[in-house]
Write a protein that binds this ligand. Structure first.
Ligand code: A3P
Length: 330
C-alpha cells in the first residue's frame, strides 16, 4: 500500500488534516451543506474535492466520523499494509514510521485544509502511487462521485455516540472555551455538530455495507465498531488485513505478528511516543492543536464520567429512534 508523502510530524504542516473540524470564533459555527454540518471553509474544500478528486479503483478509504478512532485506524491500516517494509516488531529499535510520525500524518485526508484555494487541492494525493490508502470524515452523500462509481473499498469505523460526543467536546474545548459540554450536548442531539448528524453518517455506510454484500461477490465496505475492536483487537486486525488484501500468513500468525501490530498501535504505546505526546500541529485548518489531543482516554464508556444519566438517556433515545429498523446498534 502506497504511503503518503509527508514531511516531519511535529510541526505545522500542510497537506493532511481534519479540515475545518473546529469552529474558530464561537460555538455553533457549522452550517448545513447537503445534509451535513460543516464549517464554511470545509464546504469550500469539499466542493473542490468533489470536483477535482479522481478516485482509482484500488483506492481504499478509511472513513470515520470525527473522534471515532481515526488515529487508531490509520495506525493499524498503515502498519498492516506496510509490514514487510516496516515490521511492527522492529518498533523496539526506533525503526518504525509510527515512532517518528503522528499516525494522523501517515494516511492523508481527502479533504485537506486548503487555505490557498488557487492551488490544485488534490495534487498531493495524485502523487501517491497505487494502491492508495486515504482517509476521510465525509458522509457517503458527499464522497466524490468517482469513489462510488469505481466501487473503491471503504473501511468504516463507528463508535458509541455518547463517547464520540465527550471526545469531540474535549477536543474542541481545548481551542474554543465557548464550546461547553452543555452546548456540545445540545448541538450533538440536534445533529448539528461537525460532519453530523452522526446517525446519518453511520447509517449511510451501514446501508452501503448491506447493499455491497447483497449485490457484489467482493465486499466493498468493512463496517467496524470501536468498542468491539477494543474488546477483540487481534481478530479485528486479521479482518482488516484480509479486507486490505494483505492477509496474515499462518507463519506470521504463529510468529505473533498480529499481536505485534496490536501492541504497536495500542493507545498506551502510541500515546507514549514523543512525536505524539509533545508538540503542536495544524491538522484542522488554521489552528494549532497539541499532538497529544488525539490521545485522551482511549476508553469505552468514558461518557459516564462527563454526562449525567439524564443526558445519556436523552441521547440514547434520539439515536435509537433514528436507527429504528436499520439493524445498526452501537
Ligand atoms: P477519547 O477522547 O475518548 O479518549 P480520532 O482519532 O477519530 O480523532 O478519535 C480520537 C479518539 O480515539 C480519542 O478518544 C482517543 O483517545 C482515541 N484513540 C486514539 N488512539 C487510540 C488507540 N490507539 N486505541 C484506542 N483509542 C485511541
Amino acid at each position: 500500500m502506497a504511503m503518503a508523502k509527508v514531511e516531519g510530524g511535529n510541526s505545522s504542516r500542510n497537506g493532511v488534516g481534519d479540515e475545518g473540524l473546529v469552529p474558530k470564533k464561537r460555538a455553533g459555527l457549522w452550517i448545513p451543506y447537503r445534509g451535513c454540518w460543516l464549517t464554511p471553509d470545509a464546504v469550500k474544500s469539499v466542493k473542490l474535492v468533489e470536483e477535482q478528486f479522481q478516485a482509482r479503483s484500488d483506492d481504499v478509504l478509511l472513513v470515520t466520523y470525527p473522534k471515532c478512532g481515526t488515529t487508531w485506524l490509520k495506525a493499524l491500516a498503515f502498519t498492516v499494509t506496510n509490514r514487510l517494509l516496516h515490521p511492527a516488531h522492529a518498533a523496539g529499535d526506533d525503526a518504525h514510521p509510527l515512532l517518528a510520525r503522528h499516525p494522523q500524518d501517515l494516511v492523508p485526508y481527502l479533504e485537506m485544509p486548503y487555505r490557498q484555494l488557487q492551488q490544485h487541492p488534490v495534487a498531493e494525493l495524485e502523487e501517491i502511487a497505487s494502491p492508495r490508502l486515504l482517509s476521510t470524515h465525509l458522509p457517503v452523500t458527499l464522497l466524490p462521485p468517482s469513489v462510488l462509481d469505481l466501487g473503491c473499498r471503504v473501511v468504516y469505523l463507528c463508535r458509541n455516540p455518547k463517547d464520540v460526543l465527550v471526545s469531540l467536546w474535549h477536543f474542541i474545548h481545548k481551542v474554543n472555551q465557548k464550546y461547553t459540554i452543555d452546548k456540545a450536548f445540545e448541538l450533538f442531539c440536534k445533529g448539528e455538530t461537525v460532519y453530523g448528524p452522526i446517525w446519518e453518517h453511520s447509517l449511510g455506510f451501514w446501508n452501503k455495507a448491506a447493499v455491497s454484500e447483497s449485490e457484489s461477490d467482493s465486499r466493498r465496505v468493512l463496517f467496524l465498531k470501536y468498542d468491539e475492536m477494543m474488546a477483540q483487537p487481534v481478530e479485528h486486525v486479521k479482518m482488516l488485513a484480509e479486507f486490505l488484501r494483505v492477509p496474515f500468513s499462518d507463519e506470521e500468525v504463529s510468529r505473533g505478528v498480529v499481536e505485534d501490530v496490536v501492541r504497536l498501535c495500542s493507545f498506551d504505546k502510541l500515546k507514549s511516543v514523543p512525536v505524539n505526546s509533545s508538540g503542536v500541529c495544524d491538522r484542522i485548518g488554521g489552528l494549532l492543536m497539541e499532538n497529544s489531543s488525539y490521545f485522551r482516554a482511549g476508553k469505552v464508556g468514558d461518557w459516564a464520567n462527563h454526562l449525567t444519566q439524564e443526558m445519556a438517556n436523552k441521547l440514547d433515545a434520539i439515536v435509537e429512534e433514528k436507527l429504528t429498523g436499520s439493524g445498526l446498534t452501537f
